[in-house]
Each structure stands twice: as structure tokens, then as C-alpha cells.
Write a protein that binds this ligand. Structure first.
Ligand code: ZN
Length: 102
């Protein structure tokens, strides 16, 4: 959008891209507008914003999914975990040659 803010002050703003440029005459403001609206950034700005929101929600969803899977697999991993390397015979626990100490 081009506005005249004062004498020899024409301001081009693009709310979408938060671009603000002041020019001394209308024609330069128009040139700025045309140059800006021809850029890839301006053309892809709505899409980039949407993709940003989409990516955020996708990340949230993925995190929730991973949490669900992890909590569902917790009993299984507990069951599959190797038992602690401790002898069943308590007298072996007192064998300090093997289980620590001198
Ligand atoms: Zn723009």
C-alpha cells in the first residue's frame, strides 16, 4: 500500500512482509511496490507462513505420537530388558573377590 504521509514523503508498506519504505515521490514508491511484489519472498510469504504453522502442528503431532508409542512400548521394553547381573545365590554376593572389595 502506498500512502502520502507528508510533503515529498510517499511511504510504501507491505503489511504481509512488514516492509516499510519512504520515497520523495509517488513514482519511486510505485517502483518500490512493483519491485517488492515481484520478489520470491513476497510471492511465497503466505505459503511460508502457512507452512510454518503446519510445520509447528506437525512437530506437535509427531511429539505426541512418539510419546504415545513410547508409553505403549514401556512394558515391552521392561520385559525385554536384560536382568541385572546379580547372582541368585546370596552367598555369592558376599564373595568379595568377585563382587567388589578386596
Ligand atoms: Zn510483501
Amino acid at each position: 500500500m502506498i500512502r502520502k504521509e507528508g510533503k515529498a514523503r510517499w511511504v510504501y508498506t507491505c503489511e504481509l512482509c512488514r516492509v516499510l519504505a519512504a520515497h520523495p515521490d509517488h513514482f519511486r514508491a510505485i517502483e518500490q511496490q512493483q519491485a517488492h511484489e515481484g520478489t520470491i519472498e513476497h510471492a511465497t510469504k503466505p505459503m511460508a507462513d502457512a507452512l510454518g504453522i503446519f510445520a509447528e502442528s506437525l512437530t506437535e503431532m509427531a511429539n505426541a505420537f512418539v510419546d504415545t508409542i513410547a508409553s505403549a512400548l514401556k512394558p515391552l521394553t521392561d520385559a525385554l530388558a536384560t536382568p541385572p547381573n546379580v547372582p541368585h545365590d546370596p552367598s555369592l554376593l558376599r564373595d568379595r573377590r568377585k563382587w567388589g572389595g578386596r
